[in-house]
Write a new protein. Sequence first.
Length: 316
Amino acid sequence: MLKLRFASCIAVVAVLSTGTAAQNFPSKPIRILTSETGGGSDMVARLIAQDLSNSLRQPGIVDNRNGMIAAGLLAKAQPDGHTLLFFSSSVWIAPFLQDDLPYDPVKDFAPISLAMGSPNILVVHPAVPAGSVKELIALAKSKPGALNYARTVLGGSPQLAAELFKSMAGVNIVSIPYKGSGPGVLGLIGGEVQLMFPSAGAAVAHVNSGKLRALAVTSAQPSALVPGMPLLAATVPGYESASIIAVFAPARTPAGVINLLHAKIVRFLNTQEIKEKLFGAGLEVYGTAPRETAVRIKDDMARIGKVIKDAGIRAE
């Protein structure tokens, strides 16, 4: 009985401590670590920082870093909600690409939300004799190693979407590196490669102009970004790939603070003005709950980690 009472007291103290932490938050500026200046993540991080500043009465500061440095800084930050990470899936995919990272995305991060994302689109050069995913698979199987796909950064969404397609469809297509999504798309338009899996935002204009042919979208459900486009999963069951941006706090940040930040950020992203702004940039708002976010990221790591290992992809 004494042990039971003692355990109950500990539980009550923990709840009170969490509540007190949330009530005292924020007590100083909120720092949002994100990617390079001028990118999509940077733009949205600045909008979120301004909104948090307005609603929480503390300055919001955006700190631009590369992924490994930003994630390492979050891992070492005080778990009080005053330092956040707003970054793409590259930060939780990186451990499969290189060793000795200064963070562990599962042990060191407390997920707040999958904030937003964009599906990839399977596009081909108009000269490729395939008008559907089924026809492309048949063509690739008839000519193993003859079709090339454009990839951007190592381990980036376009490459992982392509490697997942290779694995699940059982085809042999060859990776050709480009320095970014823009050059990759231009290489595809110019006929240097035959296919690519760019984000919706990078491909839609070229599909509409007839410079590229879209075969499918890589999301698990139909995407409003590309209405009416077939799902790749309709031909390759279970296939799903997307470029995702998530929000994290350091591990052990009080649940009350996590929930407050989640409510503030998701409410802001779901305002009509912001949703329209993001939609125009080729992004959809997700706004998943913290627990759902953790589950989705672990699932993503398991699926993509296997693809990376099987394909032998390593940081150069």
